[in-house]
Write a protein of this length. Structure first.
Length: 496
């Protein structure tokens, strides 16, 4: 490239000789240096400069006999050409380097854009997979809740029937069964609640209330485990002055989980202290125990799902590791905060719940109702459930109230009983074979019209969308298995 450019420059200058003579001998060599440096780089430009300068000096400067211009002018012109050649070579080289960098940057940008598009596509695919997995998980949890509640329902009903027939008392074996059934029911509820909170499906029924009755109720919920492990429980909670705007049921669930945790992780005969006070505009409730305590590593993750302290191989503490996760979620929904403290393993733990406080004036006045409630007439009840044990035992409990009961194990059998039995209330399972509870409810209303019975759903499906669907299908109540006898009778006793 350098020699070719120098040759072209020299040849061009020789062709111009008849026109310009020996004047401006380097006029064609400058474009040659530019061409060489442009395409060949600095070295090619310098080589063209040296070869071109030497050639011009030989052919033009050496035989220049004109009276104008002496040796000094000739040497000066050569030096200027050489310097200009160096400058042109450097500039063209820098231009080439800049263009190369620019091309490399463009290529890098193109590669980066392509990778970004690939990552975006992959991210979208992963998000879609995650959403599908999340929907599958929710469906699995709903099915799990239903399938676990189905066998729990007849157990609870059987225990209620035993209690009714024995004058309100249960023997020791029945008490053990009752505790374990309730424990399993709470675990199922907590597992489903964590899923609902994560999806934002929990709605709170908030109202102004004092904290003391909520804590008392939570202690009652946790009392079987506290009593079983012979813990000493001290409660320092004022009856008034700790008003909060909260959902009493959910807040009772929060403290019941804290008391249950304290009971599980404290050796038998330990101490569980419960206290609450107002600090400015904040209500602070504290649950302190003398249990196994928590290491700094566990404290940093204690509110994450499925995180538990170290346990022995028999897992005497049990649980799924979601209690404190649910506590944090429910407290956050109330606009509060929860924190855990411990001086280390073996030094007990302290959980502090902080909630926005209300003035006492915000609490509604409590009206006392005197006199017994008026007795309601007996209703004819149709029970429909494909779980024969659950249906039969539930019918026995209702008959014990003196009410006529008919039992069916699927939709067609229930429809065949409508005219002959004429129920006032229909207690329907949702997950029925042949036709589900929603379709059965629609057919009952279609067939009986204004004579249709009041519909109660008793089902293992307990998520918020299930309740909404039941309401849209015309059910007056949506009761989740295992349902207590008191809750069922209360729903049945409501005036139409």
């Amino acid at each position: 490239m350098a020699l070719l450019s120098a040759g072209l420059g020299l040849g061009s200058r020789l062709l111009l000789t008849p026109i310009v003579g020996n004047e401006v001998p380097f006029i064609t060599m400058f474009p040659a240096v530019v061409l060489s440096g442009w395409y060949g780089g600095f070295r090619a430009g310098m080589l063209t400069t040296l070869v071109g300068g030497s050639s011009v000096a030989w052919f033009f400067l050496r035989y220049d006999f004109t009276p104008v211009g002496g040796p000094v002018e000739k040497v000066t012109s050569l030096v200027v050409f050489l310097l200009m050649g160096v400058l042109i070579s450097w500039l063209t080289n820098e231009r080439n380097v800049a263009i190369a960098h620019l091309r490399k940057a463009h290529e890098s940008e193109r590669v980066a854009r392509r990778r970004a598009e690939e990552l975006s596509t992959r991210e979208e695919a992963l998000r879609s997979q995650a959403e599908s997995a999340n929907r599958a998980k929710d469906g699995f949890l709903a099915m799990l809740g239903h399938e676990l509640r189905n066998p729990l329902a007849p157990m609870v009903t059987a225990l209620e029937l035993i209690r009714m027939r024995s004058g309100g008392a249960l023997g020791r074996p029945e008490q053990v069964i009752e505790r374990q059934v309730h424990h399993l029911g709470r675990m199922v509820d907590d597992l489903l609640d964590v899923s609902r909170v994560a999806r934002g499906l929990i709605s709170l029924a908030k109202r102004s209330t004092e904290l003391e009755p909520i804590i008392t109720r939570a202690l009652e919920m946790a009392s079987p485990l506290l009593e079983k492990r012979r813990h000493h429980v001290t409660v320092t909670v004022p009856r008034t002055g700790l008003a909060v705007y909260a959902d009493p049921d959910r807040l009772a669930q929060v403290f019941a989980n804290l008391f249950t945790n304290a009971a599980k992780y404290t050796d038998p005969g330990g101490v569980v202290e419960v206290s609450a006070e107002r600090r400015g505009g904040t209500i602070v409730a504290t649950v302190r125990d003398t249990g196994v305590g928590m290491s700094p590593e566990l404290l940093a993750r204690v509110f994450e799902p499925f995180v538990q302290g170290a346990q022995s191989i028999e897992r005497s503490a049990g649980g799924l590791g979601i209690g404190l996760t649910l506590v944090k979620s429910l407290v956050s929904l109330h606009g509060g905060e929860v924190s855990a403290h411990s001086d280390g393993a073996g030094h007990g733990s302290t959980i502090e719940v902080r909630l926005p406080g209300l003035d006492r004036a915000s609490l509604p006045a409590i009206e006392e109702v005197n006199g017994p409630a008026a007795a309601l007439p007996a209703h004819r009840v149709l029970v429909v459930d494909d779980n024969e044990d659950a249906a039969t035992l539930l019918a026995d409990v209702i008959r014990a109230q003196g009410w006529p009961v008919a039992v069916a194990f699927d939709g067609p059998q229930a429809l065949s009983m409508l005219e002959s039995f004429a129920p006032d209330i229909a207690v329907l399972d949702i997950g029925l074979p042949v036709m589900d509870g929603y379709e059965l409810a629609a057919r009952i209303r279609e067939r009986l019209g204004t004579r249709a019975p009041r519909l109660l759903a008793v089902t293992g499906y307990g998520q918020e969308e299930d309740r909404k669907h039941a309401s849209e299908a015309g059910f007056a109540h949506h009761l989740v298995k295992p349902v207590s006898t008191d809750a069922l009778l209360a729903a049945m006793n409501e005036m139409r």
